[in-house]
Design a protein around this ligand. Sequence first.
Ligand code: FAD
Ligand code: EPU
Length: 341
Amino acid sequence: MPSLQHYSTFGLNASCTSISSFSDVSSFLSLYQPNLPTYILGGGSNSIFVGDFEGAVLVNEIKGITHYDTDTHHFLRVGAGENWHDFVALCMQNQWYGLENLALIPGSVGASPIQNIGAYGKEVNAFIDTVEVVMLTSGDKVLLSNQDCAFGYRDSIFKHKLAEKVLITNVNFKLPKDNVLEVSYGELSSLEDATPERIFEKVIEVRKSKLPDPLVLGNAGSFFKNPVVPLCTFEKIKKQYNNVPHFLVNASDEVAQQSGEPTMVKIPAAWLIDQAGFKGKEYNKVRCHPTQPLVLTNLGDARGEDVIALAKEIITSISALFAIKLEPEVRLIGSEGLITL
Ligand code: FAD
Ligand code: EPU
């Protein structure tokens, strides 16, 4: 049974039935066995194998980048197996701006629409024109529009209706030439004379100072999503913690908007976990990161059950203290495939 340790940035020592890579659709279809549990993998930076996976892991290496432009936009067709940060850096070199806030996010271009990657005030859905997919069951090629993808905060159709039903082969980006700079988020607001290049460099600097490097310390970035709660839940917390950090967000649900439901509030999960006293806490070889408690790290030879135990303890504690249910942002894979906590 081959080991998955080097295929996931969290680096647990789990195995699977087989690991193969493919660089085009026909080789994918020849490897794909509909009756065998299958996990499609990019860079493994959002996937934690918490047990031995009894199935095939297929690693996407579809490459290729093409570009053309019009008076108003740059259009890029990018193979799903391209590295995300290398793609952003290429855009910067060519002055195709827009993605600068999304520098240094690990992983592949093909995974970027799946959780609608975001950082420092921008989300990738603002730049995705269409997504090319192959349906796993029929092998049919389908082109999904931006709207079809139903993007939300760390969310898309690929986590719901199309979860584990498609292979993303290419992502088509549309970068406006009248790019609007975004410098409102935290550390970026101190930037003087902001340019896309300065934002790109600053984001890299901030990320390197805050987040553990997976090559040094196994991790999968934020373990949980930041909860988005109704105003009344936020007000209750504020009574006890006057300084609770928060961001107002519009209710994304159309029905809620129509019914005049109040604005929702996003509360940083890092703050909740910090208040609950987990920062720096170790559970066997899994640690809640001392400078960013939303990240769990593998101190060496952590085991899947320890990751789950610490994550459950955090969920239970936050629920008891704040009446908020944290949801994992990472994908957890057990013996038969994706699992929930
Ligand atoms: P994988 O872990 O390989 O796969 C993720 C999911 O996508 C799995 O369900 C997999 O089955 C599926 N998948 C992958 N490729 C395909 C495909 N071609 N077709 C169909 N399904 C596919 N995320 C953010 O949004 N913002 C951040 O700021 C951020 N910072 C991070 C920092 C660190 C240090 C780390 C380790 C992670 C961070 N992440 C962040 C999370 C991660 O980088 C993103 O989720 C990234 O998009 C995952 O890419 P990947 O190729 O590694 O995905
Ligand atoms: N905080 C604390 N204690 C700490 C650290 C942070 O209370 O020790 C609070 C502070 O109030 C801080 C707030 O948490 O202002 C937010 O922290 P940070 O700016 O580091 O961002 P985050 O909300 O924890 C999110 C994303 C990251 C993304 C950053 C930057 C999610 C789940 N995470 O983290 O994405 O890089 O913002 O935009 O939305 C990822 O998805 O894997 C990821 C790393």
